[in-house]
Design a protein around this ligand. Structure first.
Ligand code: UDX
Ligand code: ADP
Length: 469
């Protein structure tokens, strides 16, 4: 470890899903480095300083507790933070722009630009500024231009260090990353700044996993990694539709395909579609970038990944409608899970939001259950018209319902007492397993009509014509 990194002070602007856990792990691994996390949202900061952290992430409580007050601090004084820090991570939100040019596609960089300007105005000493939020390629250049405007020439060195953590496994991903990517320019300041950051990560990550590249490659690699992951899900989901028509079984197909070591078995679970704050946003960002450079064929190709995802969510609802005798009006439907994936309370871009809204359009009554995401689900569906209730208890949620739609693959849902649930439901009882985690044969034997993704349905209606065809 480089001695130069002792007593270094790190600031992270943005205490969200990325900034909070990343800084907590850096602080826990580098006890002599002071790490401060600031945010414009005082409530969020208050929660980071409390026993109820603002995000649910397995293992995070322990990591925060081990370092908070020692060398990890959460606060709202952004100006003081900037002045004190040697290295500033920028981890503010960059949602998809919902207005003007690039509406629904490009990244909305207003929060990011405000931060860049604030750093420029407040800094009194040289700073290394690290892009942590996922940003469009060439943002580092824009950041450098903002930082260097006026009389502040050469006091700022910009690095790109994209985050690859996945929610639900963030602590493990940060502690044992597949790789850490650091992009810099090739000037002597760029290389020196890069070395400083490499030396921090090298405290717990082996150096052969710390990849250094030019700054554009680093920015682009983040978008491309997410696009490739999402593409695998859309590929398997597209094939799940074909399986349902041909009596092939998507789990068998996925296993057979994934055993090819060139392809690998991960990210081949068919589902109701991917959610989360990154995949859609990053692909749309990539699409926008391709269109900007007139690469329309490339843009169309990646846009197809998002289109299949929308199709998969809609297909799930149409399948429910078709199999429940073409009407959901007044029927009670239990949404089993609402988070965009298991082990997180995050619901951003959760397929649950789309499915809930569509079911309400069909005038179904909803009861939503989730062990961690009820608070977020309430906010997501706050403006929706219709009858909707929330409970953390899955048995209460299923009680009196016509159908269960499994949205999130919480492992505890696989071991629920489905005999009890079946007895409490309206008959005929339907279950739509949007994640293929339940024992379908057993559910069928209990008496359910079972509709997995990409597998033959198991129904007790032997004379039923296929109404979804
Ligand atoms: C993702 C990337 O994995 C991570 O590297 C990046 O930093 C941020 O974006 P995250 O969105 O937290 O992480 O979750 P991820 O595990 O990738 O899942 C995304 C979505 O895909 C979830 O809705 C998940 O349920 C779905 N999924 C995943 C599938 O439908 N099938 C699969 O086989 C895998
Ligand atoms: P991510 O998933 O990328 O971490 P989040 O939305 O969870 O995104 O977190 C981003 C955080 O950045 C939010 O807590 C938001 O309040 C904060 N933020 C946005 N703009 C600023 C700013 N100008 N200064 C400080 N914090 C900001």
């Amino acid at each position: 470890m480089s001695e130069a990194n002792r007593n270094i002070s790190i600031l992270c602007i943005g205490a969200g899903y990325v900034g909070g856990p990343t800084m907590a792990v850096i602080a826990s691994k580098c006890p002599d480095v002071k790490v401060t996390v600031v945010d414009i949202n005082p409530e969020r900061i208050a929660r980071w300083n409390s026993d109820h952290l603002p995000i649910y992430e397995p293992g995070l409580d322990d990591v925060v507790r081990s370092a908070r007050g020692r060398n990890l601090f959460f606060g709202t004084d952004i100006v003081a933070g900037i002045q004190e820090a040697d290295i500033i991570f920028v981890s503010v939100n960059t949602p998809t722009k919902m207005f003007g040019t690039g509406n629904g596609m490009a990244a909305d960089l207003q929060y990011w630009e405000k931060t860049a300007r604030q750093i420029r105005e407040c800094a009194r000493t040289p700073k290394i500024v690290v892009e942590k939020s996922t940003l469009p390629v060439k943002t580092a250049q824009a950041m450098k231009r903002i930082l260097d405007a006026g009389n502040h020439q050469n006091r700022f060195t910009v690095l790109s260090n994209p985050e690859f953590l996945a929610e639900g496994s963030a602590v493990n991903d940060l502690e044992n990353p597949d790789r850490v990517l650091i992009g810099s320019d090739a000037t002597s300041e760029g290389l020196a700044a890069r070395k400083k950051l490499v030396d921090i990560y090298a405290r717990w990550v082996s150096r052969d996993r710390i990849l250094t590249t030019n700054i554009w490659s680093s920015e682009l690699s983040k978008l491309v990694s997410n696009a490739f992951l999402a593409q695998r899900i859309s590929s398997i989901n597209a094939i799940s539709a074909l399986c349902e028509k041909t009596d092939a079984d998507i789990s068998e197909v996925s296993k057979a395909v994934g055993m090819d070591s060139r392809l690998g078995s991960k990210f081949l679970n068919a589902s109701i579609g991917f959610g989360g704050s990154c995949f859609k946003k990053d692909i749309l960002n990539l699409v926008y970038l391709c269109r900007y450079y007139n690469l329309h064929e490339v843009a169309d190709y990646w846009e197809g990944v998002v289109r299949i995802n929308e199709y998969q969510k809609e297909r799930f609802v149409v399948n429910m409608l078709g199999n429940m005798f073409q009407t959901l009006s007044g029927k009670k439907i239990c949404l089993l899970g609402f988070a965009f994936k298991a082990h997180t309370g995050d619901t951003r871009e959760s397929p649950g939001i789309f499915i809930a809204r569509r079911l309400m359009e069909e005038q179904a009554e909803l009861i939503v259950t989730d062990p961690e995401a009820i608070e977020n689900a309430r906010q997501d569906l706050a403006g929706a018209q219709g009858n909707i209730r929330y409970t953390e208890d899955p048995y209460e949620a299923a009680d009196g319902s016509d159908a269960i739609a499994l949205i999130t693959e919480w492992p505890q849902y696989a071991s629920l007492d489905f005999e009890r649930i079946f007895r409490s439901m309206v008959q005929p009882a339907f279950i739509f397993d949007g994640r293929n985690i339940l024992d379908h044969q057993r559910l069928y034997e209990i008496g359910f009509n079972v509709f997995p993704i990409g597998k033959p349905a198991l129904t007790h209606f032997h004379d039923e014509p296929d109404m979804t065809a």
